[in-house]
Design a protein around this ligand. Structure first.
Ligand code: EPZ
Length: 421
């Protein structure tokens, strides 16, 4: 197994290229099940999760291959199988995104119900509720969700849950509705840029989707979708992670390809901390004033502050001049990084879905354990500024969502190495 070894203290300086978004590439790849002919996707990041989706799709009869330039070519070759098995789904929750496309195109979908997750309880009741509203019969068979439909029909669907909208439930219902007779209106839909990117891909294939990016999405069903070429949107969570890396090291970085308009809530909070963020020639420039102000933040569905940057922001606020408060409203138990940061000398106190952060003068290097994707990224950021050496174990969690993070950081001055245990 591999680990990261980081010697803290270097200021980051230079340009970092931002990749395409994992959370857009995965549902768009799943949407290829709906499409006749070839789909060509550009700017698909080289991540463990993307490779996992390729494996799942090939089991479902979709050939998924990269060409010499790195573009991903997808083509349905066999529609017999509609079963996404436990051993595949258990490796990656986003596998649930094949459920709607299978139901719409193959009239049945058998998908292993995703199990427990490090970031907290993640039911899929809204996915099932939405697909049943379109006319699917539902059964739970030996841990598998089994959906079947002789005839699906457009419907008005409310998709709001206890924590607000659901990103992948919106994706599943929207994808299914593209090939369902009649009009579907999704209320309390997720507004994330990844949903907009998926809708734009489907519309380029001939779908008729309106209102994407707003809480009400309308879909007019069509008879078929035809393959197209699409470039995946930039990863705002990867960009946010490097933004905080620049800020925590008092650095000066440019995030090439990052989209400022997708990061308003993040930029707003970081500016309150004292980070200087501007639109640059090729993306976004980030520098900081050495002095970090404490702030309060609550995570929310887009356009609010993203839960996927909560841990990284917490690492930064560990060094603020005073007390900050973070409230996690999407995944109330998403705090596995708290114990690890406290091992580095942070003063964090968890009270239910809230963490009180008492700012400290410095963090110190330590042996740490990665737990989930974003918590692990936060540990890297803390290691960049900590006194001495930090070693982070189980870094396979990080490779799921960040392409070559250690190379990108080293290229702008970080002292970070990938080592074998
Ligand atoms: C997506 O997950 C992202 N994953 C997550 O990113 C991200 O944290 C999350 O959205 C929130 O922004 C992908 O896009 C592949 P949700 P998703 O359904 O769609 C509850 C990362 O780090 N809920 O929007 O699974 C749920 O428990 C990952 O890249 C229900 O109650 O999240 C949560 O509290 C981690 N019933 C809230 O809604 C449902 O049927 C939002 O979850 C579905 C969700």
């Amino acid at each position: 197994m591999e680990l990261f070894e980081i010697v803290g203290g270097n200021r980051l300086k230079g340009a970092i290229e931002i990749n395409g978004a994992k959370n857009s590439a995965l549902p768009i790849m799943a949407a290829s099940i709906l499409v006749d002919g070839e789909t060509v996707l550009r700017n698909v990041p080289d991540l463990a999760d993307v490779r996992q989706m390729q494996v799942l799709l090939s089991r479902l009869g979709v050939k998924a291959q990269r060409d010499a330039e790195g573009a991903l070519h997808l083509r349905v070759e066999d529609e017999m199988n509609a079963h996404a098995e436990y051993e595949l789904v258990s490796k990656m929750r986003a596998s649930v995104c094949v459920m709607g496309p299978l139901l719409a195109k193959r009239k049945r979908a058998q998908v292993s119900m995703p199990g427990g997750c490090a970031i907290g309880s993640r039911p899929i009741d809204l996915h099932i509720q939405g697909l049943r509203a379109l006319g699917a019969d539902f059964e739970l068979v030996n841990g598998d969700v089994l959906l079947r439909a002789k005839k699906l029909k457009g419907a008005d669907i409310f998709l709001g849950g206890p924590f607000g909208s659901s990103v992948t439930a919106t994706a599943n219902v929207m994808m299914t509705a593209t090939l369902v007779e009649g009009r579907t209106v999704i209320a309390s839909a997720a507004c994330e840029p990844e949903i907009t990117d998926l809708a734009e891909f489907l519309n380029a294939c001939g779908a008729r989707i309106l209102g994407h990016g707003t809480p009400e999405i309308t879909v007019e069903g069509v008879d078929g979708l035809t393959g197209t070429e699409h470039t995946v949107v930039a990863d705002r969570i990867e960009a946010g992670t490097y933004m905080i890396a620049g800020a925590i090291t008092n650095g000066d970085v440019e995030l090439q390809g990052a989209r400022l308009e997708h990061m308003q809530a993040v930029v707003d909070r970081l500016r309150r901390v004292g980070v200087i963020i501007e639109r640059g020639e090729k993306g976004i420039t980030v520098s900081s004033s050495r002095h970090l102000e404490p702030i309060d933040v609550t995570t929310q569905p887009y356009p609010g502050f993203p839960t996927d940057l909560q841990a990284q922001l917490m690492a930064l606020l560990c060094l603020a001049d005073g007390n900050s408060v973070i409230t996690e409203k999407i995944f109330p138990d998403r705090f596995l990084h708290v114990g690890e940061l406290n091992r580095m000398g942070a003063h964090l106190r968890k009270e239910g879905p809230t963490v009180i952060i008492e700012g400290v003068k410095r963090l110190v290097g330590a042996q740490l354990m990665a737990s989930d994707l974003r918590a692990s990224a936060a540990l890297i950021l803390a290691g960049l500024i900590a006194k001495g050496t930090t070693r982070i174990h189980r870094i396979y969690h990080i490779d799921r969502g960040y392409q070559h993070i250690e190379k990108k950081l080293a290229a702008v001055g970080a002292n970070i190495r990938r080592l074998n245990e």
